[in-house]
Design a protein around this ligand. Structure first.
Ligand SMILES: Cc1cc2nc3c(=O)[nH]c(=O)nc-3n(C[C@H](O)[C@H](O)[C@H](O)COP(=O)(O)O)c2cc1C
Length: 215
């Protein structure tokens, strides 16, 4: 059995999945495990819509139409307009690092994002619009719980803003009420290990850059 540190190290953003469907029992086990996530006042703000099969196919089709029409993306958690210098520096390293690890496969990055990484299932995580950014904090913690629980089931994941670029398509196909904000999508499935895009190991800063110990 894998320990927590091993699971943390095993998780990575998987950008190409096999078409094999994810067993419902595994999805349920992951969702059951993730409910142990802490949240402000135990509010448990997450509301999850699991898209697979025909429903996911309809979302994919809806997204393809949006891309074909060059539709404006309108995620409900907007892209930031500003980043700190430290964040910018790390972000700029992402693509060169990917090219180093994946070679030519890096060219598939955009298309894999647009095709939802060929994932057989996507978890769309929502929360009531009335809630604050503290609940968004809870959603982030919940997302990591889901992704670690997936590792235990032999499954891979990626959280991606590109999965939630067109909320109108998601609301239509998943019947998500207007009262809910669609925060993030997490694609889940079996990693396509043949695709070199999955060779990417993203770098991490040393603790000295991000942690201050004060005696
Ligand atoms: C909120 C959020 C949104 C993300 N959106 C995307 C995305 O749209 N496309 C993508 O390829 N990766 C996306 N990622 C994955 C990050 O690029 C990835 O987590 C980061 O580079 C660290 O790599 P790792 O997850 O493999 O450890 C996203 C991650 C998070 C947490």
């Amino acid at each position: 059995m894998m320990n927590v540190t091993e699971a943390l190290n095993a998780r990575y953003s998987t950008r190409a999945f096999l078409p094999n469907p994810v067993e419902k029992g595994k999805l349920t086990a992951i969702l059951e495990a993730a409910v142990r996530t802490p949240s402000w006042g135990n509010t448990q703000p997450w509301e999850v819509f699991v898209a697979t099969g025909d429903t996911l196919a309809k979302i994919r089709k809806g997204y393809q139409e949006k891309y074909a029409n060059k539709a404006t993306a309108a995620p409900e958690t907007p892209r930031p307009t500003e980043w700190s210098e430290a964040a910018k520096k790390r972000m700029q390293q992402l693509h060169p690092d990917m090219a180093r690890d994946c070679g030519d496969a890096v060219e598939q990055f955009g298309l894999l994002n647009q095709t939802m990484f060929h994932a057989p299932a996507v978890l769309y995580i929502c929360m009531d619009k009335i809630l604050s950014e503290w609940s968004l904090y809870d959603i982030g913690a919940y997302s990591q719980s889901l992704m670690l629980a997936a590792i235990e089931q032999g499954l891979s994941t990626i959280p991606a803003i590109t999965l939630v670029l067109y909320p109108d398509v998601l609301r239509r196909e998943l019947k998500i009420p207007d009262s809910l904000k669609i925060t993030i999508g997490i694609a889940i499935g079996y990693a396509d290990k043949e695709n070199k895009i999955n060779n990417f190991t993203s770098g991490r800063n040393s603790l000295s850059e991000t942690v201050r110990f004060l005696d």
